[in-house]
Write a protein that binds this ligand. Structure first.
Ligand SMILES: [Zn+2]
Length: 124
């Protein structure tokens, strides 16, 4: 199995490494600096694996990136994860036309250096 580009953010099964506060707030990615709802920190914030499933809120195609080394076009989307957090993330390429409200699922795709990185695609 290929190595992950960002192993602190997701697993080889394309689940997401988030967290949950003692108050019940779920967040992504995992951090212990402080809950954005109640302010608890440290041990009150525990790791929680998120399903990688969610609903597309909006998406767009980026045709020109400020970093000239970054190949364009590519697609980004705003996804409400089923556990609650809303993430802005890369979508699978080539960019399909996806309607808001579409059920989405995280997947791993090959990227540079033989590694795999996270993208979201319509759930089939
Ligand atoms: Zn909290």
């Amino acid at each position: 199995m290929d190595a992950l580009l960002k192993p602190s953010l997701y697993t080889p099964a394309a689940t997401l490494l988030g967290g949950r506060c003692a108050c019940g707030h779920v967040f992504y990615p995992m951090q212990t600096h402080g809950c954005e709802v109640c302010g608890r920190h440290g041990g009150d914030l525990q790791p929680m694996t998120l399903s990688g499933r969610g609903t597309l809120l909006s998406s767009t195609v980026v045709h020109l990136h400020a970093d000239k080394a970054r190949p364009a076009p590519f697609s980004i989307g705003k996804i409400a994860l089923e556990e609650g957090p809303v993430v802005r993330t890369l979508l699978v390429d080539p960019a399909p036309s996806i309607a808001p409200g579409t059920a989405m699922k995280a997947t791993l795709v090959p990227v540079e250096d033989g590694k795999r990185d996270l993208r979201f695609a319509p759930e089939r």
